[in-house]
Design a protein around this ligand. Structure first.
Ligand code: UDP
Length: 261
């Protein structure tokens, strides 16, 4: 059965970072965690992993708390740095939910936290994370980078480089990168391919700017795609046509800006 699947969907990527926002773990428009949503994603991750792709998942925390939400609203009650640490702890809660969802469907996993948390998760150690991936474990990366004032997008880019991933897969609720917000502008154009410079110049909403800059410097491609469509994570890891791919300019320096047809 698995070899049939392999023939139909040959894995293109050997190792990927899958960035899931915290909101992807909740019902649309709600906060907190819905195990239905988490399990639906876990099933897609399992199917992608079964193709032979090594997967490290970076989870966000926005369904619970983002550090920036306290800025200017709570006076001196919560310092901004403290709020960011709270946001990182939110990602640990999400990581544990994702771990159980994956293990309930028979996947071996490890949660690795950038903030030391004995008894809850292993510490993130690069070489150990790579070993887990090689042994076929799905690694869930919690607590972002462990440093405040950045987001888990930056963590996905950093870990992508550290773990020598082939690509960062950024799972979103829309089909890819648009010229404008597709939920507000029905004429917004969906792009199929872009280079990093176009993303930066047009200020397109892909990932935070630090993450884009890092991927650009190190030529780490990004695929922005809609995880809500069942089967899209499998398509993403096997290089099928889905979402928007962001990569360096061509060898001759040509700009890349291809609309979806
Ligand atoms: N965060 C942080 N450092 C990191 C990663 C995350 O300080 O390396 C904090 C930050 O406040 C962030 C929050 O944790 O807003 C939750 O992460 P994020 O906003 O990336 O979650 P998402 O939007 O992906 O759900």
């Amino acid at each position: 059965m698995q070899s049939e699947t392999l023939e139909k969907n040959p894995p293109v990527y050997r190792r990927v970072i899958l960035k899931l926002s915290g909101e992807s773990l909740a019902h649309s428009g709600e906060r907190g965690i819905s195990m239905d949503e988490v399990t639906a994603i876990a099933k897609q991750i399992k199917a992608a992993h079964a193709l032979g792709c090594q997967i490290a998942v970076v989870v966000g925390g926005g369904n619970i708390l983002r550090g920036a939400q306290f800025k200017g609203t709570s006076g001196e009650m919560i310092q901004e740095a403290t709020a960011h640490y709270m946001g990182m702890l939110a990602t640990v809660i999400n990581a544990l939910a994702m771990q159980d969802a994956l293990e309930n469907i028979g996947c071996a996993t490890r949660v690795m936290s950038a903030i030391k948390m004995d008894g809850v998760a292993e510490p993130f150690i690069r070489r150990r994370a790579i070993r887990h991936l090689e042994k076929g474990r799905i690694v869930i990366l919690a607590a972002g980078t462990g440093a405040p004032f950045v987001t888990t997008d930056t963590c996905a880019a950093n870990r992508g480089l550290e773990l020598d991933a082939d690509i960062v897969l950024k799972a979103t609720r829309v089909d890819g990168v648009y010229s404008d917000d597709p939920e507000k502008n029905p004429h917004a154009i969906l792009y199929r391919e872009l280079d990093y410079d176009v993303v930066i110049e047009k200020n397109l909403k892909v990932m935070d700017s630090t993450a884009i800059a890092q991927c650009r410097t190190h030529k780490l491609p990004i695929l922005v795609f809609n995880f809500k469509k069942d089967g899209n994570i499998v398509k993403a890891v096997s290089g099928q046509k889905v979402g928007t791919r962001i990569s360096p300019r061509s060898a001759s320096g040509e700009r890349i800006l291809v609309n979806a047809t």
